[in-house]
Design a protein. Structure first.
Length: 179
């Protein structure tokens, strides 16, 4: 076994990426402080063909050197836009019939390992602040909550890890829905 070279990976160009069929999933970043976390979400979204990222509130916007360090160019490939207020972003998506899920620990949350996502319509995942999580106002107005089952002592994951876990699950479910 040997590692593949960059040339053997058959990477698509940014222009080719923009023309690829995307997963009908939007990622909403609700007041994310860490520029590294923002960059990581862009990079993961590029890897799994996410439709778009919506940056809200204090979440920094590209171009930014610290975002770029972890995004590695994904800010050029993944569509994104900015809203000053997460409530406005969620309202706009819901008016477009997008089903919005807060990724949060909540009393009526569905567990990620048992939820079946419906890709007949667009969906969105809201990922919250590193300390406070998704704002309660956003949780209350969401169409549902998804919780990642956890079994250790911390019961919290870094936002970039959370994004990777939920995006991977959505990607797998979307691929299965195509068959």
């Amino acid at each position: 076994m040997r590692k593949l070279s960059n040339q053997e990976l058959n990477r698509v160009s940014v222009e080719e990426f923009k023309g690829l069929k995307k997963i009908p999933l939007t990622i909403i970043l609700d007041n994310i402080r860490s520029l590294s976390n923002i960059g990581s979400v862009f990079r993961t979204s590029d890897a799994f063909l996410i439709n778009e990222i919506i940056l809200c509130g204090i979440t920094a916007k590209p171009p930014h050197r610290e975002i770029q360090k972890t995004a590695l160019g994904a800010t050029d490939s993944v569509a994104w836009r900015y809203f000053e207020n997460t409530v406005d972003a969620v309202k706009e998506l819901q008016q477009q019939k997008v089903k919005v899920y807060a990724i949060e620990q909540a009393d009526e949350a569905e567990m990620l390992d048992t939820i079946e996502l419906d890709f007949n319509n667009q969906i969105a995942f809201v990922l919250g602040n590193e300390v406070k999580g998704v704002q309660q106002e956003i949780v209350s107005m969401s169409d549902g909550c998804i919780e990642i089952p956890q079994f250790g002592t911390k019961h919290s994951l870094n936002i970039s890890i959370t994004a990777g876990v939920v995006i991977w699950e959505a990607f797998q479910q979307f691929q299965k829905s195509l068959n």
